[in-house]
Design a binder for this molecule. Structure first.
Ligand code: NDP
Length: 494
């Protein structure tokens, strides 16, 4: 990808300039222009969907044997690995994450294609117990054209998590990446084509969600939307989907509690809490942004935690030593700052951060220091609303029953963390906390083989896991008549 050129976008296998307005993407660490492209227009959406439907019906992809589709997807994984450094650097420019993190995201994308290739070629259909003179089967069919709408915070991994199972299932897929981070999705589409995914089966349409994402969601040929993003956008999409009776999967926001019990291993807990909230600059749906610490431990723990937060290396994402890069945009940093002000106005006390770091490295980028507040009740806005930035609120707790109530007192229920050496307490808490994922003595670790998703306002449906491929398939029952005589009712003699 030559970033000096105006980037073509992928419309049903044709690489050409979008019909929407010209815009530039910028590097969040410096504000400099990375590249330019024309956004997709509504006519591009129509062309992409019609082309996808045509490819779905005529390319033979859906009819290929599962192991044949899998062979292509294994090749996608291999090509991602061969170009991993190039892709990691591209993603760094796209959203300003530190290079070490973007390398992990690229590795995760390759692993996702490999995993769903395997899921595809090992997916079993069932002969179900018959209750009559017939044999019954349960089989799966691809859906047709599916839309994947993704946010800016972990592009290549988010897109792979939707594209790989959708393609493995035999569908065509139209991707709508966040307007400000389109490059990883475009690179991934090129790789898929090169690996042998039939042309037309994939489109990538950068552009505004309210226009392009909305048109995709409403289109009658789109049979499923897989969405990752904010809860209010997710609800909007779900309402449109309800009118079409279209299934959706929603990976939405979070306000995840992390709980440190009195007997926790402090070194592990401190490292885990810091990583859980401040990695990815807190721009992570699963950020552990509400911290509950046993009161007896609170003072000691917070002193060490604050010291750790002050030591986090914030800086140039290209530097191998950097732990925290900038926030995605100036507007997003202002939103984070507003939340810190709200926390202070509600009676919160700042333990560290709460400001932009100073120095030449930080002048032009959207940096914000790791920030910890205390003194707020769980009902405060800062404890209830998603900041999506490097802001942690710490709360001491006395009573474990009350702790469970507080931890669960949120519209969100995406993830939680528990730090304790007592496996019985961990078990009890782990089952009592309402969340899609609970980490015990670890945090923010992922495995493509383990389902992921949220409860309540954190989402609907699950991605990942061997059965994640079924999100992109319709289930069908087959009845095979084995009766030697005609059905008695129709053939009954008068
Ligand atoms: P948004 O919901 O604003 O955007 C997500 C995607 O949806 C973008 O591509 C956006 O386009 C698009 N979009 C916006 N409006 C519409 C619409 N009306 N119809 C269809 N698509 C639309 O979220 P953010 O970009 O702000 O991402 C951050 C959010 O994502 C956070 O709340 C975070 O918690 C959540 N998230 C959840 C994850 C999970 O797995 N649970 C993982 C990562 C993030 P555009 O922005 O280009 O206009």
């Amino acid at each position: 990808m030559n970033l000096d050129d105006i980037q073509p976008i992928c419309i049903a296998g044709q690489w050409r300039l979008g019909s929407g307005a010209l815009y530039a993407t910028t590097y969040p660490a410096t504000g400099e222009v990375v590249t330019q492209l024309h956004a997709a227009g509504l006519d591009d959406v129509e062309q992409a969907i019609q082309g996808a439907q045509h490819a779905f019906v005529h390319s033979g992809w859906a009819q290929r044997k599962p192991h044949e589709r899998a062979t292509v997807l294994y090749r996608v994984a291999q090509l991602i690995r061969e170009r991993s450094e190039e892709l990691a650097q591209l993603q760094r420019l796209d959203n300003g994450k530190p290079i070490k993190e973007t390398r992990n995201l690229v590795a995760s994308a390759a692993g996702t294609f490999q995993f769903f290739a395997a899921a595809c070629e090992t997916l079993e259909e069932a002969i179900t117990p018959s209750r009559g003179d017939f044999m019954t089967m349960s089989v799966y069919e691809p859906m047709g054209v599916v839309a994947a709408i993704t946010p800016w915070n972990s592009p290549i991994a988010s897109e792979a998590q939707k594209m790989a199972p959708a393609l493995a299932a035999g569908n065509a897929v139209v991707v709508k990446p966040a307007e400000i981070t389109p490059l990883a999705a475009l690179a991934l589409a090129r790789i898929c084509e090169e690996a042998g995914v039939p042309r037309g089966l994939i489109s990538v349409l950068p552009g505004k969600g309210s226009l392009i994402g909305d048109a995709l969601t409403r289109h009658p040929l789109v049979k499923r939307v897989s969405f990752t993003g904010g809860t209010s956008t997710g609800k909007h999409i779900a309402r449109i989907a309800a009118d079409k009776m279209m299934p959706v999967s929603m990976e939405l926001g979070g306000k995840s509690p992390t709980i440190v019990l009195e007997d926790a291993d402090l070194d592990h807990a401190i490292a885990g809490v810091l990583y859980g909230i401040f990695s990815s600059s807190g721009e992570s749906c699963i950020a552990g942004s509400r911290l509950f610490v046993a009161r007896a431990l609170y003072g000691t723990f917070m002193d060490r935690l604050v010291e750790g937060a002050r030591g986090i290396r914030v800086g140039d994402p290209a530097d191998e030593a950097t732990q925290m890069g900038p926030l995605i945009s100036a507007a997003h940093r202002e939103s984070v700052e507003r939340y810190v002000d709200i926390g202070l106005s509600e009676g919160g006390r700042l333990l560290c951060g709460g400001q932009r770091p100073q120095g030449a490295t930080f002048d032009k980028g959207h940096f914000y220091s790791p920030t910890i507040l205390e003194g707020l009740p769980n009902t405060a806005r800062l404890c209830q609303e998603e900041v999506f930035g490097p802001v942690l609120v710490a709360l001491p707790f006395d009573d474990e029953a009350d702790l469970i109530d507080q931890a669960n007192d949120s519209v969100y229920a995406l993830a939680a963390g528990i730090w304790t050496r007592d496996f019985q307490k961990a078990w009890k808490l782990g089952r009592a906390i309402q969340a899609g994922t609970v980490w015990i003595n670890t945090y923010k670790q992922f495995s493509i083989s383990t389902p992921f998703g949220g409860w309540r306002d954190s989402g609907l449906g699950r991605e990942k896991g061997r059965l994640g491929i079924l999100q992109y398939m319709e289930q069908k029952s087959l009845y095979w008549g084995l009766n030697e005589q005609p059905i008695a009712w129709a053939g009954a003699k008068q």
